[in-house]
Design a protein around this ligand. Structure first.
Ligand code: ZN
Length: 152
């Protein structure tokens, strides 16, 4: 029996195996789509130079994006490292300090309720209120820029 015949034979004898391998292929295709979007590369072999900074969370099990299921963060990170350079960035610096003046930020309260998505700078000079995701992204970007400058 040829290798192909044997493989087909296995497929028909074990429909569950067939189903799980289909699921595996679907999962891998989804990963490729995600990696293409993050790295702006066509494939792992694309020679484009890309650096991605990854926020290092203390407890990855606890990282839940508002109302959504936790995604396979570690698996995406492992694959990402094969596609491009990945730099870890500490969470504290990115979520607690205002990217512009580096003062500590506090959560905004409205009618006595804390608003999770907005942060207010504690400095009297700027007293700005900003979306926490934008602030985090700006901090990660600046930290990455500094790291690259140090390396050169
Ligand atoms: Zn400020």
């Amino acid at each position: 029996m040829s290798y192909l015949d044997k493989a087909l034979d296995l497929h028909f004898k074990n429909p569950f195996k067939k189903w799980s391998s289909k699921k595996y292929i679907y999962k891998q295709k989804t990963f490729v789509k995600i990696l293409q979007r993050i790295t702006i590369k066509k494939s792992q072999l694309d020679k484009k130079q890309v650096i991605i900074s990854f926020e290092n969370r203390g407890n990855p099990q606890a990282s839940i994006i508002r109302g959504h299921c936790r995604g396979p963060v570690q698996e995406v990170k492992n694959k990402l490292q094969k596609w491009c350079e990945v730099v870890d960035v500490d969470e504290f610096c990115t979520s607690k300090l205002y990217y512009h003046c580096h003062f500590e930020m506090a959560k905004v309260k409205y009618n006595g309720k804390e608003i999770n998505s907005a942060l207010h700078c504690s400095s009297n000079d700027c007293g700005i209120t900003i979306d926490c995701d934008i602030n985090g992204a700006m901090n990660i970007f600046m930290l990455l820029e500094k790291m690259i400058q140090k390396e050169r």
